[in-house]
Design a binder for this molecule. Structure first.
Ligand code: 5GP
Ligand code: ZN
Length: 114
């Protein structure tokens, strides 16, 4: 989608520190990390919010979780623990309207979240 930041990252038009990429999924470092590990996992396909996920996207969404776990293992935080977050719409703090999982870890995660 034109003018979508994460579509531009997915197509290489905007630079990001990419740590995983396949045909459908990309993982890259968040530009403003909130934890020692803060990686974003996105589908290359544009989906604006979690409310726009269709049945046909089920395997793709599953891949986001699978790849997030793979990145957590590679970064050595899998056993300690990590958090996967997906914000939807303004009150949850969504700022980029292309779905993404935040993979957060490397420090203690508080609950309830802020
Ligand atoms: P949201 O607020 O939508 O849940 O998450 C968007 C995330 O994208 C934020 O954590 C923000 O720091 C990150 N972000 C915003 N612009 C860029 C950018 O240009 N490059 C990268 N790598 N991350 C970005
Ligand atoms: Zn997009």
């Amino acid at each position: 989608m034109r003018d979508c930041l994460f579509c531009k990252i997915a197509t290489g038009k905007v630079h990001a520190k990419i740590i995983y990429e396949d045909e459908n999924v990309m993982a890259f470092e968040d530009i403003n990390p909130q934890a020692p590990v803060h990686t974003l996992v996105i589908p290359k396909k544009h989906i604006s919010t979690t409310l726009d996920i269709k049945e046909d996207d089920s395997a793709l969404i599953g891949s986001l979780f699978r790849i997030a776990g793979q990145v957590a293992r590679e970064k050595g935080i899998a056993e300690r623990g990590f958090r996967l977050v997906s914000n939807t719409n303004p009150e949850a703090g969504q700022t980029v309207y292309h779905i993404h999982l935040h993979l957060l870890g490397g420090r203690h995660m508080h609950w309830p979240p802020g």
